[in-house]
Design a binder for this molecule. Sequence first.
Ligand code: UDP
Length: 314
Amino acid sequence: MRFLVSGAAGFVPSHLCDLILSDDHQVTGVDNFLTGNARNIAHLARNPNFRFVEADVTKPLPDLGPVDCVIHAASPASPKDYYEYPIETLDVGSIGSRNLLELAYANNARYLVTSTSECYGDPLEHPQVETYWGNVNPVGPRSCYDESKRFAEAITMAYHRKYGLRTNIARIFNTYGPRMKLDDGRVVPQFLDQALREKPITVYGDGTQTRSFCYVSDLVRGLYLLSQSDERLPVNLGNPVERTMVQFAEVIQQLTGTRSKIVFEPLPQDDPKRRKPDISKAKRVLGWEPEVSLEEGLKPTIGYFQSIQTGAIA
Ligand code: UDP
């Protein structure tokens, strides 16, 4: 199959490209490098099944050739990035989705959009099931991301209902692993960077808020399975093992052996208090569940960040 992956130079999409290529398919990766990094796909430069096109999917696209499956994974994805690029974030979920849905329609191709657990906002139901409609502040600082992804889901369903397009919607929960940006502000790179530099580990609020962290290889396996499935409604993909941010900081202290101490800083506005995916649907329709524990997944992640800090990875 010929895949098109938008945001290919980003953290999650670059791993997805690797997985698709390892299954002997062809991939055209597209990215405008707003938040992506060429380093993430540099190893694919000589792969004859991979082609890279530098383009912005919110603008008219160059001729990308025939395609069988479009995966729209482009977007700023960390709070720090989407606070910095709120308009671009809204554009890529709206105009970008529209452009790529048209491309899929013109090619009679499948289409998968990477949505987010942020669709649930600061959830009032726990754990989050796909049928929960969420608790989103439509004008808060996170709304550029949340509403962009909610629009992306809505327009995906509209193309499916109106034109019978074979679409899938993945709601991705917190994911971590090598190729995350060291300075993207998310809690995994932030705590690791602080721990490895022996700087204070900055827990926001009282640290009782929870997240559930999925290792990237588990996540992209779920995305790939979903892209070939007939499930049209959203499917949660994430690891259901939930931790408070204080517990998470302690795991980081333990695994890195750092002398860094935990310090407390103000909680950002609208920071969700609890987040944990209900993955019964993914288990049922995809036969998927995460296999990598936090301790297992953090080891290669720590190794990656050490290589970045020492300059071993340029
Ligand atoms: N967080 C923290 N310290 C940091 C960065 C983040 O305590 O230095 C907290 C943040 O307030 C949130 C959780 O970690 O409760 C996860 O934040 P992240 O930015 O990784 O992603 P989110 O799940 O909020 O989109």
